[in-house]
Design a protein around this ligand. Sequence first.
Ligand SMILES: *Cc1c(COP(=O)(O)O)cnc(C)c1O
Length: 393
Amino acid sequence: MKNLTKSDIQEMDKEYIVGTYNRFDLAIDHGKGARCVSVDGKEYIDFTSGIGVNCLGYCDEGWVDAVTNQIGKLQHCSNLFYSEPQVRTASMLVERTGMNKVFFSNSGAEANEAAIKTARKYGTQNKGENCNKIITLVNSFHGRTMATITATGQDKYHRYFTPFLDGFIYCPANDIETLESLISDQVCAVMLEMVQGEGGVLNLDGEFVQAVAKLCADNDVLFIADEVQTGIGRTGKLFAYEHFDVKPDIVSFAKGIGGGLPIGGAIFGEKTCNVLQPGDHGTTYGGNPVATAGAVYILERMDEEFLEAVRNKGDYLRNALLQCNKVKSVSGMGLMLGVEVEDKEASDVVNEALSRGLMALTAKDKIRLLPPLTITKEEIDEGVAILIEAIEA
Ligand SMILES: *Cc1c(COP(=O)(O)O)cnc(C)c1O
């Protein structure tokens, strides 16, 4: 079969695929580490990791071995049977977090669905049937299913698909007084991202996170950390909540843990680990052996030395960007950064950078950078040089 050219692919995409994405003008053919090559043979440095998914970059050898060995052995068996990679992944997550049990899903939205269902069941069982409301933050992003778009605190997602779910309350980020006033005996949980990713790479104040955790603990309200983007090493800790010395009741994860394969899930603490019982929840693919064999490998790689390197590279990238006097600010943590520039739209800068060989993302008015966690300082230098050219162009 003859290879398709970029324009063949773009035409077929337009004809055959529902137009839910504004895609960049790039069709990727293959990649290795922090670099990939387009179907027309151009090389790119990748500061996107497939939106924080390819945490070890493209086609890391150890990860490829782990998943290909597994796929040749047992590719799927459903959750009606036991499999080794799934329990290994769960036990590693439990050991590393000091939490209790894991539920596996296939995506971030489904990870949050599991958290939301658990919170509602916990609330209604412990405080009565009206205890089902969940507080989320204005400008948050929790996914695209009906429950998770409702949880998402952005009006632009609350169109077309009415009726949305009842029972979500939105509180401005970093506003502990308002949050306190919204807590009632009808509230079963507070759910938040430690750094609002899609919302513009906005950091929560440490004091706010700590006050939320305390308020939740004092009122027997569950504290849910949506770590779908911030988790699995992205901010230089396995989970971003660890920066704040707090203990969530539920932690949802996805993106980075699969290294490129679809997997997500939620980790449950003492209060929540036995809430869901047989028949309450489930999914055919969740914790699939191939995805979890890859996850075991990724979690093994992510030891303290690896995480420290992520923190160092994050500081290095941030400082390099701040050398450009058109860069007004750099938000985020570790290798999840948001860049605010003067006199230019973030999307124009990102398109300009792409034409010069660097892939980057936007989030609201920011340039969003999510390079692979394994990127080298030399590759960071190369990418930053292109980004600064694009900012100054
Ligand atoms: C990406 C993301 C989600 C949704 O994940 P999907 O895998 O796209 O369903 C949920 N929460 C946060 C914080 C995210 O960044």
